[in-house]
Every structure is written in C-alpha cells, then in structure tokens.
Design a protein. Structure first.
Length: 402
C-alpha cells in the first residue's frame, strides 16, 4: 500500500512543479511585457514633458517679447476685464495717468472723472460706446490732453473677454495744430503789415524832413517851435512802429544747434532782473538738469524768454511772483513761465498772438507775434492759459536735442 502511494505522490509533485514552471514563465512574460510597456510609457512621458517644456519656454519668450513691446510703446495700454478689474497696464499708461500697477478695480485707481466715465461707458453702461474721446486733465500742475479709444478683446469662440483701453498724449499735437492755424492767419497779416509799412515809410520820411526844417525856421519862436518838435516826436513814434512791423514780417531763420536749457534761461534772467527788482518781484526758478538740451538759436530763444518774462512782470503788481520751470518729455522740452498777475480775459486769449493786439497800455502789440514766429521757426509750439485775477501760464514746447 505504501509502495503504491510513492509514485502517486511523485506524479503530483511533478505536476505541481510543471504548473509552477508554467506560471513562472507566464509571470516572467507578463513582467517583461509590463517592463516594455513601462519603458514605452516613460519614453512617451519624456517626449510629452519635452514638448511641454519647449512650449512653456516658447510661451515665456512670447510673453517677454509682448511685455517688451508694451513697455516700448509710446501709447498707454490698459486691459480691463468685464468685472472692471485692471488685468494689465503698460509703463506709458502708468506715467500718463499717474497710477500704480495693481490688479484692482479701475475705480480704485483714483483716475480723473472723465476717464472713469469713459471706462464705465465701455464696460458697464448700456449707453452707446463712443469710439474716441479727448479729455483734458491736470497732472502735477500741468494740463495735458489725452485721446481715449478702446477695443473689445474677443476669444475665438465669440463673446467678450476684456476691454483694451488705448491712451495717447495729444498735448503737443494740439498745440502744433493751434499754432499752425494761427500761423496761417499771421502770415497773411504779416504780408499786409509789410506792404503797409513800405507804403507809410516813404511819406513819413518827407514829413520828418519838413518837420525838422520847420523846427529850424521856428528857432526864434519857441512856442511854435515846440509844436513842430511834437510833430517830429510823433513821426519818430510812427517810424518805430513801422520798423516793428517790418521786423514782424521779416523771415526769421534760426541757426539751430544743441543748447543746454539751463544756459539759455540763466543767461536770460539778468536781462529782466532790474525790472523785477523795481517791482520787488519774487523769482522762483527751478533749474533743469545741466545735460538737458534743445535744438535752437541761442540769441532768438533768449529774445523769447525776455519778452515773455517782461510781459509777466508788466502783468503783476508789486511783490508778485514769477515762476520759471522746465519739464522734459519724450520728444520735446516744455518751458513754463507762470505769473500771478492780472490775467487775460477769456475773449481776448484767441487774439493774443495777433500783431498790434495788446493788453498793455502803450504796447505795440508785436512782442508775442514775434515770439510766436520764432517758436514756429524752431518747430515748436506755444500756448497761453490764463484766468482773470489769478495770472497766466505760458507753455513753450521745443524739440529736444537727443
């Protein structure tokens, strides 16, 4: 019985070993297959990671490039989502609006009311959206003209993602446009003034000759001689006016070279210092950087500063205050001359540069016309803002040398 059981156990053992061997082979095959599949997945994952890394590097490069473009733009850009939160803002917009970069609601930036109203109409209001709007705001005591426009940012699937606000500084352009219109009118008046001056000068010479002869003939009659002297004095006054008319109509051609703004101003101040002392005027001069330069003719620009400052001094009572300051911009330099004098009535401001128009008693009315002509020949612009009883501010914009 026991001897017959041994072969039976051996058979079972052999069968168990056979089954184990088959299972081991299957397990090994499964392991190898799994290992191969894992290797394949690793390769696919590495390839996907490489593509993702390359895509991230490319996206970062594009983002940096776009940031560089936004930073280099001379127009202000502000991106606002539909909730009114400022998503992005470029350096030019920060400078023009005098705000800090922050992801906050636009109403928290402290923007001037006209700009807030424009953004509100673009995002929240049901009112029709105007494509462009020009606003005048005050920043650091300076009035600047800004042109606002907008564009809707739309995804490919439709709808609206955000609003892109475009801000352009139109201050200099508006001054140049005003000056251009003014120059057309002044050019016609200049031609007429030149013709009149030549027509008047010839008979004036004869009157001067006859009055001088009359004075000599009346030397023994002092009373009558005095009257003849008044005629000669009147003729001299007319001659001065005629000379001023010819000077106004003359074609000024500046010799433009790079000039330090500080040098021009500091050489001009002594020319009107005596008049300031006489009226006890306080001068507040804020010196610009010694390296700040403009393109101009030193002699003509000193004439401009002298004329403008003399006008300011005339407009002030004793103990007044004259302020001269300079502000550099991207393409031009602004010289500001401010007084706290009597100011100019609003209805007279449009005529202030016309020849023979003056607000001063005894003035010829040619000073500002000549100033305007000099500035125009320099490729610059001049603007006067004034309030009666509060004073006037003259802004002279001249091309920078850089």
């Amino acid at each position: 019985m026991e001897n017959s059981k041994i072969p039976q156990d051996n058979a079972l053992l052999l069968e168990a070993f056979h089954t184990f061997s088959e299972a081991s082979i299957q397990l090994e095959n499964a392991y190898n297959e799994l290992k191969s599949h894992t290797r394949q997945l690793d390769m696919e994952l590495k390839e996907t990671n490489d593509k993702l890394h390359h895509s991230l590097v490319e996206q970062e490069s594009i983002s940096l490039h776009l940031r560089g473009i936004l930073g280099a733009l001379t127009s202000g850009i502000m991106v606002i989502d539909l909730e009114g939160v400022v998503v992005d803002i470029n350096p030019c917009a920060i400078r023009l609006l005098d705000v800090e970069k922050a992801e906050v609601h636009y109403s928290e930036l402290g923007l001037p009311a006209p700009i807030e109203e424009f953004i509100y109409n673009c995002i929240e209001s049901t009112m029709p959206r105007g494509p462009k709007k020009e606003v005048n705001i005050t920043r650091d005591g300076n009035q600047i003209d800004l042109e606002l426009s907008f564009s809707l940012v739309r995804p490919e699937g439709g709808g609206i993602l955000s609003v892109l606000l475009l801000i352009n500084d139109k201050t200099l352009i508006n001054r140049l446009l005003s000056q251009s219109k003014r120059n057309v009118r002044l050019a016609a008046m200049g031609e007429m003034a030149a013709e009149l001056a030549h027509e008047i000068r010839n008979p004036l010479g004869s009157i001067k000759l006859f009055s001088s002869l009359l004075e000599k003939d009346l030397e023994e009659h002092p009373d009558q001689g005095k009257l003849a002297g008044l005629i000669s004095g009147g003729v001299q006054t007319l001659e001065n006016i005629v000379s001023n008319m010819l000077a106004f109509s003359a074609n000024v051609t500046p010799k433009r070279t790079p000039l330090p703004v500080a040098q021009i101003l500091e050489e001009s101040i002594p020319l009107f210092e005596l008049e300031m002392t006489r009226k006890n005027i306080n001068l507040q001069y804020i010196p610009p950087s010694p390296t700040l330069e403009i393109l101009g003719d030193a002699h003509l620009l000193k004439q401009v500063i002298l004329n403008l400052c003399n006008n300011a001094i005339k407009a002030m009572d004793k103990d007044g205050c004259l302020t001269i300051s300079v502000k550099p911009h991207d393409e031009y330099v602004e010289i500001k001359i401010k007084d706290n004098g009597c100011g100019i009535p609003e209805d007279k401001l449009p005529k202030i540069f016309d020849p023979f128009f003056t607000t001063f008693q005894g003035g010829t009315g040619l000073g500002l016309s000549v100033v305007n002509q000099i500035i125009e020949k320099h490729g610059g612009a001049i603007e006067i803002r004034s309030k009666p009883g509060k004073g006037s501010t003259v802004m002279v914009s001249l091309p920078g040398a850089s």
